[in-house]
Design a protein around this ligand. Structure first.
Ligand SMILES: Nc1ncnc2c1ncn2[C@@H]1O[C@H](COP(=O)(O)OP(=O)(O)OP(=O)(O)O)[C@@H](O)[C@H]1O
Ligand SMILES: [Mg+2]
Length: 377
């Protein structure tokens, strides 16, 4: 007998039954792709961008070739080229004749192909002669895929291209012009670094300007998450009260990953009824597992930087980091020190700037567990 499945995955996508809501967002994406529009998908970290991409892929139907690529794993343009080719190969795996055609073309470049021992997915490595060789290879791969019928390429964490060894604007211009020659292929650009993506897609000076439909996703509302959690407990013959679900959603601040993380723990500990005690124990367990890395984190920065991080954690969301009120409340000295500290914290991706949906933006700690832990101290 196989192990019973925990219905609250914290990695990957297990299918629509384990996916809460996002109906409107999914329909938006599907309708855009079917009607020839490309998408830019924005969301804070761990809200569910990658899951939503897979969810949309699932619903697009068998005719579509769906390619997913995490650009964050590519540190150079060469990595990207190799990863893209492997991602196309993996996406075509379900269709023997297409995968054969693509492979025949790939083999002319004598790639070293291997299987990832963890995921079973194909990886490949080609030694390109030059950057031009890479560009022509990507172009040919896109043209081939385009000739196979409707397809979509999701470039997740796309802002990563700005840290490559080649100029980001030149890559953007090149991708944009290649995109225009494709009949059947659509693109999803997604990412969490709002300011970088927004600059790329909404600035009139940049190549991608006005070339995509933007979609931002926020937290899943408690009205949607509550019955979803309740149903999954019920299906396993367990119970959880709405008060306990509120506790979970308060702690996770509605952040999808953290909600899943805590539900996963609570579910695994529950024999019959998920009590308040089980929830508190699960939270303590999560803190205990992270404590060492948080202590290491604090010793990797100056006292002032840690103090600023803690102040942001306690506030939750900070709209005006250099306001007199915030600086005085947390004894942070001058506004220039705050700005220097902030530069450090954002460069380490500890703090993110998010749009609030009403035209303003705020700063928040990316790791909600760290935020809660700092609030408790
Ligand atoms: N609508 C949903 N219902 C249930 N679980 C979800 C949903 N969306 C995402 N998840 C789960 O939450 C976790 C985090 O989601 P995901 O990885 O998609 O977020 P992300 O925004 O891509 O995060 P990151 O910023 O780290 O890339 C994953 O385990 C995913 O399975
Ligand atoms: Mg992701």
């Amino acid at each position: 007998m196989s192990e019973p499945l925990n219905p609250f995955p914290i990695y990957g996508y297990l299918g629509p039954h384990y996916f809460c809501n996002r109906e409107r967002e999914k329909e938006n994406i599907i309708s855009a792709l079917r009607n020839g529009r490309n998408i830019t998908l924005y969301a804070p970290r761990r809200i569910g961008k990658t899951g939503l991409i897979y969810h949309a892929f699932h619903h697009l139907g068998k005719k579509w070739n769906c390619v997913y690529l995490d650009v964050q794993e590519s540190f150079t343009f060469k990595d990207f080229t190799n990863t893209l080719l492997a991602a196309v190969l993996n996406a075509l795996a379900k269709n023997k004749s297409l995968v054969k055609q693509f492979q025949d073309w790939l083999l002319t470049m004598r790639p070293v192909i291997s299987a990832n021992p963890h995921t079973g997915n194909m990886q490949l490595e080609i030694e390109f002669k030059s950057e031009l060789h890479q560009r022509t290879t990507v172009k040919e791969a896109l043209q081939l895929l385009d000739s196979y019928g409707p397809g979509v390429i999701a470039l997740d964490e796309f802002q990563q291209i700005s840290s490559w060894d080649v100029s980001s604007v030149s890559i953007e211009g090149w991708i944009r012009s290649e995109m225009q020659h494709l009949k059947n292929l659509r693109f999803i650009f997604s990412g969490s670094q709002f300011h970088l993506l927004s600059e790329m897609f909404n600035s009139a000076k940049r190549p991608f300007y006005a070339s995509t439909q933007s979609l931002s996703i926020g937290k899943i509302s408690p009205e949607d998450y509550t019955p979803f959690i309740q149903t999954h407990f019920k299906e396993a013959g367990l119970k959880i009260g709405s008060e306990q679900i509120s506790m979970i959603l308060d702690w996770s601040d509605g952040n999808t990953y953290n909600t899943q993380l805590l539900c996963n723990r609570v579910f695994s500990k529950t024999k019959k009824i998920a009590s308040t005690e089980i929830i508190n124990d699960s939270i303590l367990e999560i803190y205990a597992e992270n404590k060492l890395s948080y202590h290491a984190l604090s010793s990797s920065m100056s006292k002032y930087q840690w103090q600023l991080l803690t102040a942001i954690a306690i506030e939750g969301r900070v709209f005006q980091l250099t306001s007199r009120e915030f600086i005085t409340k947390y004894d942070l000295g001058s506004s220039s020190s705050v700005l220097r500290g902030l530069e450090f914290l954002t460069s380490r991706e500890l703090v993110y700037q998010y749009p609030d949906g009403a035209g303003k933006s705020y700063y928040e700690i990316y790791d909600i567990v760290l935020m809660r832990w700092l609030q408790k101290k």
